[in-house]
Design a binder for this molecule. Structure first.
Ligand SMILES: [Zn+2]
Length: 153
């Protein structure tokens, strides 16, 4: 049975880039860390979604697919839960030190969040994030982090 869940995809842009994000428009992305929040509840669950994100050649479907070819995925934080946690996670990330909104509406076409892509000048810690998340919702299970070193294609 595929497991549904929420994930935080951390990416690093080694140099600044102008990226066209589908119909959202073209934006200047600074060389920095970015965290994209998403959830997977379709066939294959979290595992299939992350495998797709990390695959290099594909037709863009989500906003993050336009950013991924230019970026290096550094870390992935995941939690298995059928609860809708992505908006809470996006909100939590935006309250962390060094967090900023760079592109309004990125990944958040279907909700009321400002964005599901958060800019970071330095990488936030998993422990700090989980602590802050639990202040807002004590019932949220802890996320697990996995390091990645996939080079940009
Ligand atoms: Zn949202």
């Amino acid at each position: 049975m595929p497991e549904a869940g929420t994930y935080l995809l951390f990416m690093h842009l080694d140099r600044e880039a102008e990226i066209t994000v589908g119909h959202l428009g073209t934006f200047g992305f600074a060389a920095a860390y970015y965290c994209y929040v998403g959830s997977a509840r379709g066939p294959g669950g979290l595992k299939a979604r992350l495998a797709r994100h990390l695959r290099h050649r594909k037709k863009p479907h989500w906003h993050v697919d336009y950013l991924l070819p230019q970026a290096t995925v550094t870390e992935v934080w995941t939690v298995h839960s059928i609860e809708r946690l992505e908006c809470l996670c996006a909100h939590t990330l935006l309250g962390m030190p060094g967090a900023e909104v760079l592109v309004h509406g990125f990944g958040s076409s279907d909700c009321r969040c400002e964005t599901h892509l958060v800019y970071f000048s330095t990488l936030p810690s998993l422990r700090g994030f989980c602590g802050r998340l639990r202040l807002l919702n004590p019932g949220v299970p802890f996320f697990t982090g996995t390091l990645h070193s996939s080079a940009a294609s």
